[in-house]
Design a protein around this ligand. Structure first.
Ligand code: KG4
Length: 339
């Protein structure tokens, strides 16, 4: 079965051709991040306009690189929630047009379910049930994947998403947008001197009575205070040490929660997903913790951590198998629970 998949939830326009769920025939991506970097973050109107400008050509390219023609497509899958509403609408409307023109089913896909499915592409042996952490620019969630389309939320951030926190701290340090990769690189420059630990003291906030829920805004504020204090007192800031301390704090918030939730739910497989899963410190900490706990860890390669359409086509396949279809009245939604 061949699915053409479309992803336009934020600032990446992506089209992929997937075969039988997990086989990527082509996966095309047009990243707008340079255009948004000028403004220090994603400008929704600019994102929508650029999606509209490139989506047609990107679809043609995906078909050409997959070596198939339009009439071989069996279904069209599209991200319809959550994300920037104008950006999502471009993908949803293009997908509707294509599904009508080709007379094939239209399959709506939740963006976070897509991120989880990135692991199915990278690891053919991975099957539900498993526990998953999704950490991206807009979401930080721990979910129990009971089956391909049966997903329950175990923990969530009450304020900023982890990726948003990376982006804001990076902007404060003048590292540009998107900040996660630059902050990761800066943290790697941190050289251990007298101690083995990054040396800025930062909080690891939690939510009373909700052990798997997370909070990142207090951590972000603590970094802002350190930077402003140093500026006011004219003290030098050790930026690599601050980047390393911040990254360690994020990792310390994420890793123990996931490990404890996996133990409590009796899940022996853990899959990490989303743009922040590309972080080298967080990846390394998860590898160590999983080994210590005797869990099998799945982390997709970097190209499958960030937004892409292959993951949407993969999840679209499983949604299709369970009978999920959309009509021409399909709408886009800025927010929607994954479960
Ligand atoms: O999954 P994604 O591409 O888009 C969303 O669905 O949001 O995630 C983007 C987020 C951004 O906040 C970006 O700064 C962060 O992932 N990110 C990273 C790294 N690479 C991307 N954060 C930390 N370390 C990285 N290496």
């Amino acid at each position: 079965m061949i699915i053409l998949a479309i992803e336009t939830s934020c600032d990446e326009t992506a089209v992929a051709i997937m075969q039988n769920g997990r086989n990527v025939l082509s996966s095309e991506l047009f990243s707008q991040s340079d255009m948004h970097a000028l403004y220090g973050g994603v400008v929704p109107e600019i994102a929508s306009r650029n999606h509209a400008a490139v989506i047609g050509r990107l679809s043609e390219l995906a078909l050409k690189n997959a070596g198939i023609s339009k009439n071989e497509i069996d279904a069209v899958a599209v991200t319809y929630a959550p994300g920037l509403i104008g950006a999502l609408l471009v993908g949803v409307n293009y997908a509707k047009g294509l599904a009508v023109a080709l007379d094939v089913p239209l399959v709506p896909v939740h963006h976070i379910r897509g991120h989880i499915a990135a692991n199915y592409i990278a690891f053919p042996e991975l099957k539900p049930p498993f526990l998953s952490l999704i950490v991206s620019g807009g979401n930080s969630l721990i979910v129990d994947v009971r089956d391909y389309t049966d997903i329950a939320i175990v923990g969530r951030s009450h304020d900023d998403a982890a990726g948003e926190c990376f982006d804001k701290v990076a902007r404060l340090l003048g590292l540009g947008y998107p900040g996660g990769p630059a902050l990761d690189k800066l943290a790697q420059e941190f050289v251990v001197q007298d101690t083995d630990e990054p040396n800025y003291v930062l909080p690891r906030p939690g939510i009373n009575g909700r052990p798997y829920d997370m909070s990142f805004s207090g951590l972000k504020t603590a970094v802002i205070n350190i930077v402003h204090n140093a500026e006011q007192k004219n003290h030098a800031l050790n930026e690599p040490a601050l980047a390393a301390s911040f990254t360690q704090a994020v990792s310390d918030i994420l890793v123990p929660r996931v490990m404890t939730a996996a133990a409590e739910l009796g899940r022996s497989n853990v899959a990490i997903a989303g743009g922040v899963a590309a972080n080298s410190r967080i990846r390394a900490d998860f590898v160590c913790a999983a080994e210590a706990e005797g869990l099998t860890l799945f982390i997709p390669p970097l190209n499958l951590c960030g937004d892409n359409a292959a993951m949407i086509g993969c999840q679209g396949y499983y949604e299709y198998l369970t009978g999920v279809r959309a009509g021409m009245n399909l709408d886009a939604y800025a927010t929607m629970d994954v479960g």
